[in-house]
Design a binder for this molecule. Structure first.
Ligand SMILES: [Zn+2]
Length: 336
């Protein structure tokens, strides 16, 4: 969910000021699978919610697809699971969470090109109108006026005096991710109260998520669907029974609505410590064959972990050169 801009800025400088772009294209090739992770397609500047999850504009996404289709073999998790150690330059395109713009903007662009992507759905967002916690935090932090901030409130603490509000949002999101998920609602209450705002109506979130009809249409159109829990908690922070409820609940809804077993999964937040041995065991029992993390890296043939398939971020603030660098030299540029 969060983006580290500094490394992208560094990579941009490298690729644009040292002729590295040309050098990269001349370097010896890699082998394995690079999995790109997107969240939303849209416009950063006009977004009232979390801008960190906007991965590309529709136009940028289209040109990324054209580039990827020209240079790589685009595969899905089923191909990866069937031939795990095949050499070659395979690229997987994945989306997390289930945002409606995936259906409205990403799906047509993929279908037009005969390409496929995998969409990991947090089923609770499709089942019940609501804002995600990261979108609500970003909205509250961006909507509040500085002079109404209650001293000692989470936002007042995160926002430096000459406040960079986007940085404060990133700080609050980082805080929330480390929080016991039981305390989440109370944190949002206190953030809203301290910001002098009323928490947004859940109905405000309804149009942000795809419907099950949309998911079925995407499936029929050649897309792949996977699980991403029900409520998007950091699984490792939950006791075993709650982890099971999140994984089993997601599996059951995908089965009911899409008529498919949950074979592919991605961990909410996806850092090394976002999942643990309980998560792994529960996923295996639920029939999951591949589960994707989100802390960078790419898959190299031989000895990789099917419950920790590495993924690399695509972010709207990356230049075309930077996005290409991830797939041209993943050893260096495949990062979170
Ligand atoms: Zn997610």
């Amino acid at each position: 969910v969060r983006v580290k801009l500094d490394k992208h800025v560094r990579a941009a400088w490298l690729t644009e000021h040292t002729g590295l772009g040309a050098l990269l294209r001349a370097l010896p090739t890699w082998s394995g699978a690079v999995t790109l992770n997107y969240h939303r397609i849209g416009e950063v500047a006009s977004e009232a919610h979390d801008r960190g999850v906007i991965s590309a504009t529709a136009a940028d996404f289209a040109s990324q697809l054209d580039y990827l289709g020209r240079h790589f073999e685009i595969v899905g998790p089923a191909e990866l699971a069937a031939e795990p150690d095949r050499s070659g330059k395979r690229v997987l395109i994945t989306f997390d969470d289930g945002y409606r713009d995936n259906y409205e903007l990403a799906f047509p662009a993929l279908r037009e090109r005969g390409m496929s992507a995998t969409f990991f759905l947090a089923t609770g967002f499709l089942d019940q109108a609501r804002l995600s916690w990261w979108d609500e935090i970003a909205w509250l932090a961006r909507s509040s006026a500085r002079d109404v901030l209650a001293p000692g409130s989470p936002l007042a603490e995160a926002l430096p005096l000459e406040g960079d509000r986007e940085r404060a949002i990133a700080e609050l999101l980082g805080h929330y991710k480390r929080l016991d998920p039981e305390l989440g609602p109370r944190f949002l209450d206190s953030l809203a109260a301290g910001a002098g705002l009323v928490r947004p109506d859940p109905a405000a979130g309804e149009a942000m998520w795809m419907t099950w009809d949309m998911a079925r249409e995407m499936l029929a159109g050649g897309m792949t669907m996977g699980g991403h829990t029900v409520n998007h908690p950091v699984l490792a922070l939950l006791p075993a029974d709650r982890q099971r409820a999140e994984i089993e609940g997601c599996r059951a809804r995908l089965d009911q609505e899409l008529g498919q077993p949950m074979r592919w999964f991605s961990y909410p937040v996806g850092q090394r410590d976002s999942f643990d041995n309980v998560t792994r065991r529960t996923l295996t029992e639920a029939g999951v064959r591949l589960s994707f993390s989100y802390y960078g890296g790419y898959l190299r043939p031989g000895g990789w972990d099917p419950l920790d398939v590495p993924r690399s971020t695509v972010d709207a603030r990356m230049t075309p050169e930077q996005v290409r660098a991830v797939t041209v030299l993943p050893r260096i540029f495949a990062r979170w």
